[in-house]
Design a binder for this molecule. Structure first.
Ligand SMILES: Cc1cc2nc3c(=O)[nH]c(=O)nc-3n(C[C@H](O)[C@H](O)[C@H](O)COP(=O)(O)OP(=O)(O)OC[C@H]3O[C@@H](n4cnc5c(N)ncnc54)[C@H](O)[C@@H]3O)c2cc1C
Length: 341
């Protein structure tokens, strides 16, 4: 069925925190035409609130959702052309991100191996310009197609249009809530070179005795490292890193590193410094702490977890407690990464 409309749909199995909530209306679309039809339906067009839902791995559901959820489950994987430097592959928004990374590798199209095992859909990847192990989507991105919610028109966004930045894009700012991404065209480098400087990755490769890694080596080390470090949402509800790494000015970095010589920071090209949010949270003693049904992971201070039976409001209260404590102790503001619904 190209378009399916349901009422009172349970969202708990559809978000990686496993938080409870029901959507008043829920539309599943399996084609671009179905999305164009769905955005014109009164249940969606006139809804008090709207949510485009991918894999639900970057969401905090705070309770029942009185509006309409649209899930673009559009399949598709096709080589569509090339540029001077890259092979272009257009992938449907509903394809799983990790399966896409693995398939590209199997088809001798390396380039995304550093982003292996990130949960969620291809359509959501541009929203926060997903990144891991020294690589961001923007480096392997050509363009995307999206349906404009107000008109149903199909629009193409170039890399420049998307205005990608660290865990950020135009879809979190000016274009927030205005588009349903239906496909993403990836740009896989014709001359592949490893991106292997990231400390955890370099360590993992060294431990395996690999000095000139192939894309497959990087894929395997990233998968193994992530499995060892991050809780599996199927076992323990979470959304990966809960806070972005805060970026501070050079002056703030001088003050912080004088007061806390062990602080962890990464200098950026523009002179600012990206702080390790996990270090700040760990120093405030939150690692492994539990507040009822929610808590901070015992090995990853950046990962908030839901042990079951809790609500989104409890998770947000813990997030506020953490960011308030970090603000008071270090004068640094933490910003949550997941979208609060
Ligand atoms: C264990 C774990 C590890 C993670 N590790 C990383 C990591 O290393 N790096 C990283 O960047 N992220 C990471 N994440 C976060 C998350 O996986 C990514 O942000 C992912 O891209 C979210 O995809 P999703 O399909 O689940 O999106 P959802 O959670 O469903 O949605 C996220 C946002 O995108 C919007 N959206 C989704 N699909 C579309 C669409 N087709 N059109 C328009 N808007 C859309 C939603 O409305 C929402 O605002 C991790 C999460 C988990 C649970």
């Amino acid at each position: 069925m190209p378009l399916a409309l349901e009422t009172d749909r349970d969202l708990q199995p559809l978000n990686s925190f496993g938080l409870p909530g029901h959507a008043a209306h829920f539309i599943t679309c399996d084609s671009v035409a179905a999305v164009q039809e769905a955005v014109r339906l009164p249940e969606f067009a006139q809804a008090s609130r709207r949510l485009v839902l991918g894999g639900g791995s970057n969401l905090v559901i705070t309770g029942d959702f009185p509006g309409c959820v649209l899930a673009p489950r559009i399949a598709g994987f096709a080589r569509t052309g090339e540029t001077t430097d890259a092979w272009l592959v257009e992938v449907g928004a509903g394809e799983l991100w990790h399966a896409t990374v693995a398939r590209l590798l199997d088809e001798q199209l390396p380039g995304l191996e550093n982003l292996a095992l990130i949960p969620g859909s291809v359509g959501a990847a541009p929203i926060q310009n997903i990144g891991a192990y020294g690589l961001e989507l923007t480096s392997r991105f050509d363009s995307l197609q999206a349906v404009e919610i107000s008109t149903g028109a199909l629009r193409r966004f170039s890399r420049a249009d998307c205005a990608f930045a660290y865990r950020d894009s135009v879809f979190k700012r000016e274009a927030a809530g205005r588009f349903v991404i239906v496909s993403v065209t990836l740009a896989l480098p014709k001359r592949w070179a490893p991106v292997d400087a990231y400390a955890d990755l370099a360590r993992g490769l060294a431990q395996r005795g690999v000095s000139q890694p192939s894309a497959r080596d990087i894929f395997e080390v990233v998968v193994a490292t992530r499995r060892a470090k991050l809780p599996d949402p199927a076992v323990l509800g979470n959304a990966g890193s809960f806070f972005k790494n805060p970026v501070v000015s050079a002056a703030a970095w001088l003050r912080l590193s004088a007061e806390h010589p062990e602080i962890v920071g990464y200098p950026q090209a523009d002179g600012s410094v990206k702080l390790a949010a996990a270090w700040l949270i760990d120093r405030c003693g939150f690692k492994g702490q539990r507040r009822g049904a929610v808590g901070v992971h015992e090995r990853q201070a950046l990962v908030l977890v839901h042990h079951g039976g809790g609500r989104g409001s409890e998770l947000l209260a813990l997030a506020q407690e953490i960011s308030g404590t970090v603000q008071r102790r270090f004068g640094v503001q933490l910003e949550p990464e997941p979208v609060v619904v």
